[in-house]
Design a protein. Sequence first.
Length: 175
Amino acid sequence: MKGGYSLAQIGLHWLVALLVPVQYLTGGSIERTHHAVHMGMTPSYWDVVQHHLHNYAGIAIGLLMGLRLVLRVVQPPQTNQPSTWAGRAATMLHYAFYAAIIGQACTGFLASYFWFRIAPYHVVGSKIILAMSRCTSPLPPGTRSSPATRRWIGSSFRAGSGQPRNCSVASVSTT
């Protein structure tokens, strides 16, 4: 390995990256299933399947992120230490993603199996993770990408500013 992250760390990253969208796509079934049961109705079969998929994928994400964190502590990536404020901010955001995703898995597990009243915090956590992802650039400077990827990235930034759109830090007015 030349440096950077180990093959295990990269593999775990992509496993989590593939599972996270499943959570957003199946999350609506949770409310529909609970609403149907509360109203004395039988939830639809597909909603129950999505509900289970959401729960089990969330548990898998939590376990995989815990393993990623252990690997990161035991085998720190061989990268240059960030010396600029932007590099330090990127490192802090990286650790914030670990905390947010592991916290999200924990609140989801608690809401599903032990204490449903924590569910609103789980919903807020999903919105925080989405906001955090909007504050990051998906590709480092100088990385080649397809025209479709460049259009997608361009739609995530305010025209000409290079600043993320819908990012609470970037949207604060200084005037």
